[in-house]
Design a protein around this ligand. Structure first.
Ligand code: NAP
Length: 250
């Protein structure tokens, strides 16, 4: 007898799904049978992932929105429900960095990172929660970072936003638990994507040296964790932050 994860009949919305971690989560969910709303900053940027899913026989919808904008986030959630018929799983993965040492960090760079990474998650959850609370077995998964747990020089804005997501996740888990909705977070370590590709080689090498499993993470590593948390197999896990970092934050 084999045990596999089946999301057929489920509808998932994945933000920041045009590339990197979000793209792989969208593909994994589609492979498991879910219909997936693929959200990026524009529909055009989301479309290649939608095409990838539909060409493999799956169902997907391209959405363009700045998650930091409440009206755009709400419209994206509403289109998902209208065009895919329901919403069972929300993955808040859209994120940006604007790194710099604190003494040189502008208020603008601080606020934009908080607005996309933290308020964007608030906006999408706000728009989706009324429906999710009426949906048995609904799931919210927020992508934070180990930096939100450990802090990081040069990332005061990003670490604050990601730490905020941990408290936000726990609070929603407490509020939504009575309706059977689980709310969890994933804290990736150093994952090979566009976000990390431009880091100086010295930073990459010192990061690698700090990873007990002796390799950088992949988008697949995070997508597999998201797939588990989205599934019925994770039904008794809520308010948890699942660290997926090869041991980097130990
Ligand atoms: P990425 O490759 O840079 O992709 C970022 C994604 O977010 C893209 O799909 C982008 O869409 C979307 N996005 C950016 N701003 C947005 C906005 N205002 N509204 C809607 N979508 C927006 O990033 P990644 O490395 O896959 O990271 C994904 C998540 O994991 C982020 O939350 C990040 O903080 C977190 N994370 C990453 C790492 C890592 O090492 N890579 C580690 C820990 C945590 P467009 O293509 O349209 O720009």
């Amino acid at each position: 007898m084999s045990v596999s994860i089946d999301l057929s009949g489920k509808v998932a919305l994945v933000t920041g799904a045009s590339r990197g971690i979000g793209r792989m989560i969208a593909l994994r969910f589609a492979q498991a049978g879910a219909a997936v709303a693929v959200l990026a900053t524009s529909e055009d940027r989301a479309r290649p992932v939608v095409d990838e899913i539909t060409q493999a026989g799956g169902k997907a919808l391209a959405l363009g929105a700045d998650v930091a904008d409440a009206a755009q986030a709400t419209a994206a959630v509403e289109r998902t429900v209208k065009e895919l018929g329901a919403l069972h799983v929300v993955v808040n993965n859209a994120g940006i960095t604007k790194d710099g040492l604190f003494v040189r960090m502008s208020e603008e760079d601080f606020m934009r990172v908080v607005d996309v990474n933290l308020k964007g998650t608030f906006n999408v959850c706000k728009a989706a929660s009324r429906g999710l609370l009426k949906t048995a077995g609904a799931r919210i998964i927020n992508v934070t970072s180990i930096v939100g747990l450990t802090g990081n020089a040069g990332q005061a804005n990003y670490a604050a936003a990601k730490a905020g997501l941990v408290g936000f996740t726990k609070s929603l888990a407490r509020e939504f638990g009575g309706r059977g909705v689980t709310v969890n977070a994933i804290a990736p370590g150093f994952i090979t994507t566009d976000m990390t590709s431009d880091l100086p080689e010295a930073v990459k090498q010192s990061s690698l040296a700090a990873i007990p499993l002796a390799r950088f993470g992949t988008a697949e590593d995070i997508a597999d964790a998201a797939l588990f948390l989205a599934s019925e197999r994770a039904g008794y896990i809520t308010g948890h932050t699942l660290v997926v970092d090869g041991g980097m934050s130990l």
